[in-house]
Design a protein around this ligand. Sequence first.
Ligand SMILES: Nc1nc2c(c(=O)[nH]1)N[C@H]1C(S)=C(S)[C@@H](COP(=O)(O)O)O[C@H]1N2
Ligand SMILES: [Mo]
Length: 423
Amino acid sequence: MTKPWIAPQLSRRDFGKLVGAAGLAFGVSPAALRAAFAADAVDSAQIISGKASGMLIHNAKLAVMETPLKMLREHDHTPKEILFNRFHYPHEGDAAWYATTSAPPEDIVKNWTIRFDGLVQRPRTLTIADLQARPQEKRVSVLQCAGNGRSYYAAKQKVAGGQWQNGGLGNVEWEGVPLRPLLDDLKMEPSPEAHWLTAEGWDQPATPEGSDFAKSYHLADPALDNAILALKMNGEPIPAQNGGPVRLIIPGYYGNMNVKLLTTLLFAAAESPSAFQSVGYRMPLVPVEPGQFEANDYTVYNSVPTYGHKIKSVIFSPLPDDGAKAGDAEITGVAFNDGEAAITMVEVSADGGKTWQEAEIKPAESPWAWYHWSAKAKLASGSNVLMCRATDALGRTQPMDGLTRWNPRGYEWNGVDRVEITV
Ligand SMILES: Nc1nc2c(c(=O)[nH]1)N[C@H]1C(S)=C(S)[C@@H](COP(=O)(O)O)O[C@H]1N2
Ligand SMILES: [Mo]
């Protein structure tokens, strides 16, 4: 994919020069950027300009970080300053411009194009202004990394990759152009063999063997009915770090399906051969045990992409260092799924699963947003194991033992949440 506003294409050798130049141009100090790339022991605010301090860093070089639950629970819509972040290629060289929570620079927005191409009679190219001229719609949706909760699989066998706890998620208001009406209006005349739509992001691999960040959706997937080409996040232009100026949002779908820095939508006969679609971000079709199936054994025949969020609930309060007291307490948290059915029940236990009671659930803002729930409980002096489990109108619920869904890439953790607090 071409990057018209950067000529010539920069090589990694130019990295040193560029960190200085790009850093200054976009208000990030070169020292902070160098520090970010040098060590994991830096603070989140140094890695992404405008980010809050104290995020849990999984990979400083790639700016991968999650939100401590103490920060996450403070807001109903997760602000950009604390929303988790995940990219697959380092924010160095020509990618340094998006290491910020600010909107993308004006020249980038002005020159941005989205190419609609592939198995169509008439390819089209749109600008951000073209998208802004169309009717806009809002979608409130949980955004969650498919690797969220990966660290909990270590109780069976540790899985390679960022050791995410529960904070690789946020509840976000997106706004943009509905996808299906746009595709219809563009009258591209896709060929009858075009069954898939592949989205690609601007970011590119450092070496030619690497894969572009590309994700594919079956054109018959009803989730596309809710998809938007988002231009705004929480009422503002999407921060560069979260994929501005334009991001494909499929509400209710795992983070990787929501392609940031969207440059291309291709009609295709099959799903993309990109490793991000054909090997990574997939779940084995049948349950597997460690040793039976390895991280590189995935094919499009033995596995399925991480599409919609598996139903999940998370305890927000009390957390172990909240200083909870013995006696009456309120247990609170959130629950969400893929939006295909309402969440109808959240059960809570304060005694490690011996007894359960139903929490009170507040209505959610949209089918894909998180639900808040709360339950009254009594805490005993000593250790208390709090647990929660959500169920939806289709009867889908969380496994009591999340380890039954162990998989070699550690995706889709949705085991019953468990917090141990000592009072
Ligand atoms: N272009 C592009 N889009 C991307 C990615 C990426 O590396 N490049 N990572 C994906 C993954 S795995 C996740 S979890 C989310 C993270 O979104 P956030 O950084 O806005 O929280 O972006 C997704 N979209
Ligand atoms: Mo992710």
